[in-house]
Design a protein around this ligand. Structure first.
Ligand code: NAI
Length: 247
């Protein structure tokens, strides 16, 4: 498949899990890709084989100035940015009820999950507006639609990401730019491996298909959402939940 020939895509959180799977798919399908993650050595190790089509930049997405520099570097290398996919996300401390939540941890989760996605989208939007074309995908979570008990910081930060996609979708609707979110239920990645078993069981028990989603399923849907073919859907949160939250 060469659907993404000539397309330049920026992916955050590309060193692991869903971001890594999406990056492999898009590179295989012909895209040039800018990869942002604070785990720069993992990026180099994983994507070195793609040569100049993959530019790895080590950056913490909570550092706005460095995010801006990283995005300018990707833009300078490839000459444009057609699409941005925000995959960075952390759960923070889970399996705690709201009265036990650490305010400091809640701030940290919001900073990474919401502000990180805000900073990257703020930086790419002027580049997209200049060309009257762009695709932005924020990876949210089913937790942001449903609210997972024991995951206040994560659920609320992902609800904020969903709201950002709705706002940005409307703001740029007449400028050739679509902004959408994706709400996966449980996809088996290192993020899920790091969670307490009880918290993972709570989530998989609620999936009507009674299984985790696969990385391929996530990568295929993400690729469609940021493709030129997805031209009349914006501000929407795509479902990837095995039937759990189809609204
Ligand atoms: P992961 O933990 O496998 O990968 C996250 C990547 O983000 C890692 O490479 C990590 O180095 C990077 N990262 C973390 N904080 C960073 C920061 N401040 N700056 C730069 N890089 C940073 O996670 P996974 O499972 O692939 O999740 C990807 C996205 O999908 C996240 O936003 C997550 O919330 C969301 N999601 C995942 C689900 C799942 O079941 N795996 C379910 C629903 C949503």
């Amino acid at each position: 498949m060469n659907d993404f020939n000539g397309q330049v895509v920026l992916i955050t959180g590309a060193a692991s899990g869903i971001g890594l799977a999406i990056a492999h798919k898009l590179l295989t399908d012909g895209a040039q890709v800018g990869l942002l993650d604070f785990n720069e050595s993992a990026l180099q190790k994983t994507f070195g084989k793609y040569g100049p089509d993959a530019l790895s930049v080590g950056v913490d997405v909570t550092d706005e100035a460095r995010v801006n520099d990283a995005i300018l570097k990707v833009h300078a290398q490839f000459g444009k940015i057609d699409a941005l996919i925000n995959c960075v996300g952390i759960t923070g401390i889970t399996n705690v009820h709201s009265h036990e939540v650490s305010s400091e941890n809640l701030h940290k989760v919001f900073h990474v999950n919401f502000m990180g996605s805000f900073y990257t989208s703020k930086a790419v939007l002027p580049l997209m507006l200049a060309r009257n074309y762009g695709r932005i995908l924020h990876i949210a979570s089913i937790a942001g639609k449903e609210g997972n008990a024991g995951m206040l910081a994560y659920s609320a930060s992902k609800a904020a990401v969903i709201a950002m996609a709705k706002v940005q979708g409307k703001e740029y609707a007449e400028r050739g730019i679509t902004v959408n979110a994706l709400a996966p239920a449980v996809i088996q990645t290192p993020l899920v491996d790091a969670m307490p078993d009880a918290q993972v069981k709570y989530m998989t028990d609620k999936i009507p298909m009674k299984r985790c989603g696969t990385l391929n399923e996530a990568a295929n849907l993400a690729a469609y959402i940021i493709s030129p073919q997805n031209s009349f859907t914006t501000g929407f949160t795509f479902d990837l939940s095995g039937g759990r939250a189809t609204y």
